[in-house]
Write a protein that binds this ligand. Sequence first.
Ligand code: AMP
Length: 172
Amino acid sequence: MEYVKSKIRDVIDFPQKGIVFKDLTTAFKDSRALRTIGSELSQIYCDKGITKVVGIESRGFIGGSILASKLDAGFVPVRKPGKLPADTISASYDKEYGKDTIEIHRDAITQDDIVVIHDDVLATGGTMAAACELVKSLNPKKIYVNFIVELEFLNGRNALPVDVEVTSLIKY
Ligand code: AMP
């Protein structure tokens, strides 16, 4: 993972002053880094019986779809309000910079599913906590949570439900 880490770009004061933005586009555009992310993720989850990977808009769609394809699981998007066309449920939350709402299709997850929810970066944990709330309300058998990058100094794990197993590939 050191190679992947070396390909992540820090963007200072984006999207606002005081934020050091972990830009993963520089890792995603590198074939070796992208392949490594995919294989590390699938190694963690290949024996968990995952049936659905939920990716959070928009950067969670990239690793999430790669993981779903490798696990032979389905992919489910969690999106910003008004983007999903059919019947949705929604949750609101605070994030490192600002407030937001996310939605998922009501029929995206069933009680037979074993789910991993994926996003690129864990910051304060608000986004993932809201995603966990959405997925939990659809009653899957089990929920796992994964990030490529975890900003440990923000203690985002504390915002997540205690009964979900959390993994991250790279910690700062
Ligand atoms: P949070 O809800 O605070 O955990 O924020 C997580 C979401 O915001 C993820 O979807 C990230 O893509 C994005 N995000 C928040 N802070 C950062 C950061 N410092 N660098 C990169 N992405 C971030």
